[in-house]
Design a protein around this ligand. Structure first.
Ligand code: SF4
Length: 494
């Protein structure tokens, strides 16, 4: 895509806005005009009371033009520039492509974060929704969703304190690779043979990290085993890690203890009983769809029956909170099948339901297929709307939400919960309100210092563990992580 920008505005911002209309576009400086090459010219200048943005765009002989002005009244300089430029670009590209994006100019920022900032400034719920619609061009139903999520998140966040932390343990192995997955997860026999060494190593690091957290005076709030597929571990390996964790907890029970299970084909009664006996309160059992032909098409090697069986076992064993994931927009799915999946899940009455929108990253096998990305998203918008309406009518509240690049139709991922049973780790991690100490390959620790006053910004530092299990095992210890952790809390004492 040809992009020319004049004035004090970040070029990257215009690129992300353009990609709403041209998913996957690139912006080489030397791009030449030609058929099917979109062009966009944007200029930003001062007006009498604020800024004026002019946008011209064209594609294959069709063109559109938009001019917008915005006063600085009540806005800081950067926000005023972004809003007026966003308005001009969305208007011009919207006319050219005859399409209005449901999240308006919100790109690269979580909509609920924008809503939270307004609510924290004392702006009412109604006014927050209206502002999202009028200034950010968000559709009213999405503005309501973002505001509801912000309010529900706050209820959980109000219980957070500055010396809290969460623990993340990464098990990046899966029994086979789903066709749409781009996650770094090991599935081959050779790599799966690393699991016993990997488990030993995680146990060593777990002890060290938890001992350091104790020395620093940190208070553990939630534990999260994530994947891959953590239930790929053998029962003895699960016992090994969970016993070490239990020792380090010294009798303290975290507010939330999640062990992601995910693939129903790895879940057995024995494993579920081990999880329950070691205090796991929350697991996920993820069908993604309740339609067998869709499941077959995405290369997930389990059946719908496997899901029902694993779900019933988890209930019988007495796991307190079960999350189920669905994905809207899977290849081969349609509104009829997806709405039946939503209804089927609601009938099971799980405590949490997470509805994702299909997103294919570059490395996924399925990415080779034509027509996966769709700006308008076909009937995926209808599917997403259906899930949100039906779940809320059935007593679930939306409590966390995020958006990813390259989702079909640019739609969102939303976590729903029965009130009071929200997945707290998800909120803490997303909102970056306390430190996350992460053990295992590919895991990222975040050290967080909350602002002292409303004028300050939080301090967030990240530490990346080695990405691949073999690299992780090659490193002798977790000295690097411990060192960074100490350094951070020395600089920012509790
Ligand atoms: S179970 Fe999840 S992490 Fe594993 S291959 Fe499938 S999508 Fe990827």
């Amino acid at each position: 895509m040809i992009l020319r920008v004049k004035g004090n505005i970040n070029r990257y911002y215009i690129q992300t806005l353009s990609m709403i209309f041209f998913p996957g576009a690139s912006f080489p400086e030397d791009e030449q005009p030609g058929p099917m090459v979109p062009e966009l010219y944007l200029s930003l200048e001062n007006s009498e009371s604020g800024y004026r943005a002019v946008c011209d765009c064209s594609l294959d002989g069709a063109s559109a033009h938009a001019e917008k002005e915005l006063s600085l009244e009540g806005l800081d300089d950067e926000r005023c520039r972004k809003l007026v430029v966003g308005d001009a670009v969305i208007s011009a590209l919207g006319d050219l492509m005859e399409y209005r994006p449901s999240w308006g100019i919100l790109t690269g920022v979580r909509p609920s974060k924008v809503a939270t900032e307004m609510l924290n400034r004392g702006i009412s719920k109604t006014r927050t929704k209206k502002t999202l619609v009028s200034e950010y061009f968000v559709f009213p139903k999405k503005a309501s969703l973002a505001t509801e999520v912000a309010i529900n998140e706050q209820a959980v966040l109000s219980r957070n304190s500055k010396n809290d932390f969460s623990l993340y343990i990464s098990i990046p192995f899966c029994p086979s690779r789903c066709a749409y997955c781009s996650f770094v997860s090991y599935t081959s026999k050779r790599f799966l043979s690393l699991i016993p060494d990997y488990v030993d190593r995680v146990c060593v690091d777990l002890r060290r990290v938890m001992a350091e957290a104790k020395l620093l005076g940190l208070n553990l709030r939630t534990v999260y085993f994530g994947g891959g597929t953590p239930t790929i571990l053998e029962p003895s390996q699960m016992r090994q890690i969970l016993s070490v964790l239990n020792e380090t907890l010294e009798g303290k029970i975290p507010d939330e203890f999640t062990y992601e299970s995910g693939r129903p084909d790895t879940i057995t009664e024995e494993k579920l009983k081990i999880l329950r006996d070691f205090g796991v309160k929350r697991i996920s059992v993820n069908p993604q769809t309740l339609c067998q032909d869709v499941l077959d098409g995405i290369g997930r090697h389990h059946t719908v029956e496997d899901f029902y069986r694993a779900y019933a076992m988890a209930r019988d064993v007495g796991i307190e909170i079960i999350n189920t994931d669905l994905i809207a927009g899977l290849p081969g799915d349609n509104f009829k099948k997806f709405s039946a999946s939503v209804d089927g899940i609601i009938a099971l009455n799980p405590e949490n339901v997470t509805v994702h929108t299909f997103c294919v990253k570059r490395s996924a096998a399925i990415n080779q297929e034509e027509g996966i990305y769709s700006m308008r998203g076909g009937d995926v918008g209808k599917c997403v709307d259906y899930s949100q309406i039906k779940l809320q009518q059935s007593g679930y509240i939306p409590y966390y939400m995020y958006r990813q690049k390259n989702t079909v139709g640019n739609f969102e991922n939303v976590g729903f919960a029965k009130p009071g049973l929200e997945g707290k780790y998800n909120i803490y991690m997303m909102e970056e309100v306390h430190s996350i100490l992460a053990v295992g390959a590919g895991a990222v620790s975040k050290f967080v210092r909350l602002p002292e006053t409303s004028q300050d910004k939080p301090v967030i530092r990240r530490y990346f563990n080695s990405k691949y299990p073999y690299e992780y095992l090659d490193r002798e210890n977790c000295d690097g992580l411990i060192e960074e952790l100490r350094k951070f809390y020395k600089e920012y004492p509790l």
